[in-house]
Design a binder for this molecule. Structure first.
Ligand code: ACO
Length: 434
């Protein structure tokens, strides 16, 4: 909301025109200058590639204090939710703003779990992909194709459509993801089992085969549920902003989430946990870490310490701490007493956190630094890491999408630019060009 007593004054040099911009104050966090009248009044745009200083929307969902290393979902600290809540309860919280009571929780869980199967005809989409397709490519394709199957929930203006589309997305994305994996290894698709919990069901669809009984390890299911909670939302990151931008055009929810999945795929975003394991494998041993750190610090090399650094966190990512503890729990449960990858990761963290290069730039481990080690220990292949992230983040995307389309003040997203190309010139016919 705007505070009439605080304003930011902007003056243009040339004609000395000035404008007082109202400063908006949120519940917590820095004030935000309201620039909406800037262009009409002064004829200037703002320049902020990467949006480091730009609040693109007003949101009630997630709050991050990057300097203090704080992450809140609807006001609740991530540490408390990771310890005491469950992924579906967090999904309810993100979508509805409050924790559910017992009856609301039961109805919500049932609502999600009864939508877990996908249209049988969607199965045939898988056969169109090469077996060696990256599962994220399959995710983009099959989630996008949902728009062609669920015509009864495509109208973003209809609250019932929005509600059911949301349930469908949260419920079906794990099935689509597990089948992408099964397809890549040539095993039969496993149908969901609605009597299982959300993470449990996902592990079942990923690991079970029709020929044998399969019992999901409860410690691993709990660890995966926690990983899902940690990845559920993260305010206006690249993929969420992509979903909001697509949503601002009135595109249907399935198309918007497919756009989010595409955006998440990049190694600077959701692809980082996969990149961490590749990096650790390339380094190979604890002895070679100092050489790698030297390479990362060398301006002439493009190497980065994957799983380190964050646009918003300039402190330890609170999710990374929980991830590190979960990593120890999972390895203990699996009887892995000595994991070379974990040894390397911990040594790398120790060296980096005491190195001036990383200290000065406030580079700390992010959520992805340990998640890859946990997932690998659980037997989940590297190519599926970002897919798991997409499964969890679907909850954040649909919550943000719903908040946006339900905001009466929402407009199509349309950034401006600083044009530095040629000025107006006349077309030269081919015969006259030198
Ligand atoms: N390793 C080494 N140096 C780094 C790293 C890193 N991981 N990250 C940033 N830096 C350095 C940059 O070289 C730059 O140094 P300089 O000032 O001397 O030029 C400085 O720190 C600032 O870096 P930027 O790229 O400007 O920071 P930005 O906020 O744009 O990037 C990002 C954030 C993309 C996450 C970056 O830190 C990175 O590439 N990290 C590795 C990939 C990663 O782990 N991504 C996961 C993010 S979390 C998520 O999506 C769930």
């Amino acid at each position: 909301m705007s505070n009439p007593n605080t304003k930011l004054t902007v003056t243009t040099d040339g004609d000395g025109k000035s404008l007082q911009l109202p400063l908006m104050t949120g519940t917590i966090g820095p004030q935000v200058a309201d620039l909406r009248k800037l262009y009409d009044s002064l004829g200037v745009f703002t320049f902020d590639p990467g949006y480091g200083s730009t609040a693109s929307c007003q949101s009630h969902i997630t709050y991050i204090d990057g300097d203090a290393g704080v992450l809140l979902y609807r006001g609740y600290p991530i540490e408390q939710l990771a310890e005491k809540s469950s992924f579906l309860e967090v999904a309810y919280l993100l979508m509805n703003g409050e924790l559910p009571n017992a009856a609301e929780k039961e109805e919500f869980d049932l609502g999600v779990m009864r939508h877990t199967m996908i249209h049988e005809q969607l199965r045939s989409f898988y056969n169109g992909f090469r077996r060696d397709a990256h599962p994220m490519a399959v995710m983009c394709g099959v989630v996008g194709a949902m728009s062609a199957f669920y015509h009864d929930t495509l109208d973003f203006k209809n609250p019932d459509h929005r509600r059911i589309a949301t349930f469908r997305l949260i419920a079906k994305v794990p099935t689509i993801a597990a089948w992408a994996y099964k397809y890549s290894i040539g095993e039969p698709f496993m149908y969901p089992k609605n009597s299982l919990g959300y993470a449990e069901n996902f592990l079942h669809m990923l690991n079970a085969v029709p020929a044998e009984d399969y019992k999901v390890n409860p410690v691993l299911a709990r660890a995966l549920d926690r990983i899902f909670i940690l990845h559920a939302d993260h305010e206006q990151n690249a993929s969420t902003s992509t979903v909001r931008l697509a949503g601002s055009t009135g595109a249907n929810p399935f198309a918007c989430i497919a756009a989010g999945i595409a955006s998440l795929w990049g190694p600077a975003h959701g692809g980082a946990n996969e990149a961490v394991l590749k990096m650790l494998a390339e380094i190979g041993s604890v002895e070679r870490i100092p050489d790698f750190i030297a390479k990362v610090k060398d301006k002439n090399s493009n190497a980065r310490l994957m799983g380190f650094g964050h646009r918003v966190y300039k402190n330890y990512d609170p999710r990374a701490k929980i991830m590190q503890n979960t990593c120890h729990e999972v390895l203990k449960e699996l009887g892995i007493t000595d994991d070379p990858m974990l040894d390397m990761a911990m040594e790398m963290e120790r060296i980096a956190l005491s190195d001036d290069y990383f200290i000065q730039r406030k580079l700390y481990p992010n959520v992805d630094f340990y998640s890859g080690i946990i997932l690998k220990a659980m037997g989940i292949p590297t190519s599926m890491f970002t897919v798991l992230f997409a499964v969890a983040r679907t909850v954040g995307w649909v919550s943000q999408w719903r908040e946006q389309v339900e905001d009466p003040g929402q407009r199509i997203g349309r950034p401006r630019q600083l044009y530095v190309g040629p000025a107006l010139r006349d077309y030269v016919s081919l015969s006259d060009r030198g």
